[in-house]
Design a protein around this ligand. Sequence first.
Ligand code: NAD
Length: 250
Amino acid sequence: MDLTGKTALVTGSTSGIGLGIAQRLAAAGATLILNGFGDPAAAQASLPGRSGFHGADLSRPEEIEELFAYAQRDFGGVDILVNNAGIQHVAPVEDFPVERWDAVIALNLSAVFHTTRLALPGMRARDWGRIINISSVHGLVASTGKAAYVAAKHGVVGLTKVTALETARTGITCNALCPGFVLTPLIQQQLDSRGSDPDQARRDLLSEKQPSQEFVTTDQLGELALFLCSQAAAQVRGAAWTMDGGWTAQ
Ligand code: NAD
């Protein structure tokens, strides 16, 4: 699979799943635009070839517009958009801090709307594009304590379907990936909050939800994202594709 000549924007790609997908797309020849709050130099150094970086806070629509102006000016636009940036907050509904609700919805859902609306005109002009939205198993099923996250991730699956329908007669596809637990900084934070022995905390977390008892890896998600960029996946449209060790089969 050769992505030479394509520019991929992966949001939240200074760590975790976003960085894993960026590395896989770059290895296939794509030019990468990275984004996120982590160390850009380290992330860029892990990629072959040319890459750019923009530190937009994606919970702020005006900064998303600046990111797309940068992508247009320095890279001629975005061919592959991976909406990956996301945060979590865990609390029961009645105690959920309103400010945390707004922050999770702004980043995990509204940012996906803004990047999509800004990416589509260029993709339509070129009649080719790939939009890959990193939803979650929590876009399909719920867990307690994750009201904002589950609402946002279900919303992303809905937005993915609408975008797929509105682009169905074009060379643009839009799909969602729905991972189970992947051991990234986001999940490490949840493990740390359990306060027990780290190995035990990992076993407990997996045994509650993930039948395989193994974490999904960022490399595996990178391979799936790469497949969705291929011609073989041209008729995969509006899917919510799980990679979850069997979580949602239960
Ligand atoms: P992570 O914390 O490693 O990465 C999140 C990235 O988003 C980082 O680069 C961070 O700097 C960036 N970010 C945070 N706030 C931002 C903002 N306001 N603007 C721009 N960038 C911002 O987390 P991860 O586990 O790799 O998660 C990536 C995505 O995958 C998220 O959408 C998450 O919901 C989803 N996901 C993760 C898992 C898992 O088990 N780790 C499972 C299912 C879905």
